[in-house]
Ligand binder design. Sequence first.
Ligand SMILES: [Zn+2]
Length: 258
Amino acid sequence: MSIKTTITHPFTYNVVLSGKMAVVRQDGKALTTDDVELIRKQDPMAEIIAEEDNDLCVGILGKEYHLPEGYEAIEIRRFFATHEETEVRMMARAKALSSWRSSMRYCPKCGSTLHDHPTLSASECKECGALHFPKIEPCVIVAVRRGEEILLARHVERNQDIYACIAGFVEAGETLEHALRREIREEVGIEVKNIRYFGSQSWPFPYQLMVGFTAEYESGEIKIQQEELTDARWFSIHDLPNHPRPGSISHELIHAMD
Ligand SMILES: [Zn+2]
């Protein structure tokens, strides 16, 4: 795969982003490469990433942008909830590439300016020869069940009205299973058994790959880690509190039980 910064022909998948927002057509049709050209003409700071192998063209707008008539910006996570799988995957790829390009301008090994590799979707350092690929940070997310109940928690740094599944980053040297047991133990002080893989989701805010599991309660009383959580409880799956909207694996995990 390789990345180009110019548009040479029409692409099948076309995305325009600014931060966590995606531009869509108000008539509901998918963006075309002509749309990308038209929108980016309004923003002199806009960048282009064109990836041949994915047939994907991405326009990245600055923070301040003006959209032509007929377009609107929606949250990327809303896009995830309302589009089909390939479009969602391309949107996730586009967002991950844009996060990566804005944060990886210099070689972490020697500090020189990075350049696009001619044949790979990667940056290369012409000084030391290092190659740098778009980053992925694995996270585990788990729905813990106890009969007809599910364990949900409110996070300090997230929306305070929302109860979600326990989740956390995988640390270096850990397996996914180890990370999952550690996160649950640290955040709520309980032990689980029968860990089962559920599915995964690219969550490029900025680099997460969410790896979802279900698990069954084994032992312990809930004792929350106060730096991370404001509350954690068992909820009946028939009487759920406010929880993540469709478009996230957290939502799917919670509803996989009912
Ligand atoms: Zn270097």
